[in-house]
Design a protein around this ligand. Structure first.
Ligand code: TXA
Ligand code: MG
Length: 312
């Protein structure tokens, strides 16, 4: 048995692709190596999320954050004022950003934060990789603010639960985006809006529908390939590229998982859609995906990507 608060062992587990629950000042997070697509997929599986919501990459300092995304002067000002602390900043991903596309749910933006809990900071420094960490509760349950809450629901799904006592803030971080259309508050949270506005020197648009949106995906513009998608296709038709599930047959070079593994399929989904899209093909036929486990989330994403463009 590993002692609960062995930070070195926890960092090692993360680097091996395992899940580690850890305390932050807001709520406990369900951590995974953000650069490992399969580890990220396991996070969605452990939470039982029916869709792939984009996750927050946690890093130990602003320098590590600036390596992942493009921060405007205003975004930098908020980072300087509130990090470490309960604020997540959504910025354009850097071209060479090592964070898995699944963690960004296929978006070209990324949410980043530097938590202030000392145990979280120690863990992030020791891991030396960005760590995605949604709140460590099963989807639909309330967010955990003690290690006990986490153990109650997710004990079997994680390699370790670090115990850092009760979370001081107790609500999730405030999420602010800095994309083309200026700063927007996407989620109310631990950093109050007036404090953010004081630093910016102006009011900020609010697009948060609730403190804990059930379908934050609805607030976002979604990645859709240029190619049209045809779902539940047993085989490609003329002019279509084929994205399979299971062993490769005669239908081209792409499969979400040769062994029919849904975790692997989730991890490769967005990357493969990008790759096939970059060939310039007009239509992608996608094999039927079993509708259990992560299959639900994969099918959710595929349906959105296949939806008529002028309706989204
Ligand atoms: O306090 C917190 O932020 C906690 C602790 C563990 O750090 N984490 C947390 O993660 O609440 P999660 O996954 O439960 O919430 C992430 C939020 C969601 O509302 C999601 O929509 C938003 O961040 N988000 C992440 N990436 C985004 C992106 N690229 N664009 C817009 N919103 C994004
Ligand atoms: Mg949550």
């Amino acid at each position: 048995m590993v002692p609960h608060n062995d930070i070195g062992a926890a960092a090692q587990a993360l680097r091996e692709g395992k899940l580690v629950a850890f305390p932050t000042e807001t709520v406990y997070g369900l951590g995974a190596d953000a650069t490992n697509g399969e580890a990220v997929a396991r996070v969605y599986a452990a939470k039982g999320r029916p869709s792939f919501n984009p996750l927050i990459a946690h890093v130990p300092d602003a320098t590590a954050a600036f390596a992942l995304g493009d921060f405007s002067a205003e975004a930098k000002a908020l980072a300087k004022a509130f990090w470490p602390g309960p604020l997540s900043l959504v910025v354009p991903r850097k071209e060479n950003c090592p964070v898995s596309l699944l963690a960004s749910a296929g978006l070209d933006s990324i949410a980043i934060r530097v938590p202030s809990h000392p145990m979280a900071l120690d863990l992030l420094k020791a891991t030396a990789r960005p760590v995605v960490a949604p709140s460590a509760n099963p989807s639909g349950k309330i967010s955990p603010t003690t290690a006990d809450h986490v153990r109650r629901h997710l004990k079997d799904k994680v390699a370790m639960v670090l115990d850092g006592g009760r979370c001081k803030v107790g609500v999730e971080s405030t999420v602010v985006s800095f994309l083309e259309d200026g700063p927007k508050l996407l989620r109310h949270g631990g950093t109050p809006r007036p404090e953010i506005e004081k630093v910016l020197g102006h009011a900020i648009a609010v697009e948060a529908h609730s403190a804990r949106p059930h379908a934050p995906g609805q607030l976002l513009s979604h990645y859709a390939p240029h190619a049209e998608l045809r779902l539940n296709a047993e085989a490609p038709r003329a002019g279509e590229a084929y994205l399979g599930f299971g062993p490769l047959h005669a239908h081209g070079p792409w499969t979400l998982s040769a062994t029919g593994d849904l975790v692997e399929a989730a991890a490769s989904l967005f990357g493969l859609l990008h790759e096939i899209d970059s060939t310039g093909v007009a239509r992608i036929a996608v094999a039927p995906i079993p509708h259990h486990g992560l299959g639900e989330a994969i099918n959710d994403r595929l349906l959105r990507a296949a939806a008529p463009r002028d309706a989204t």
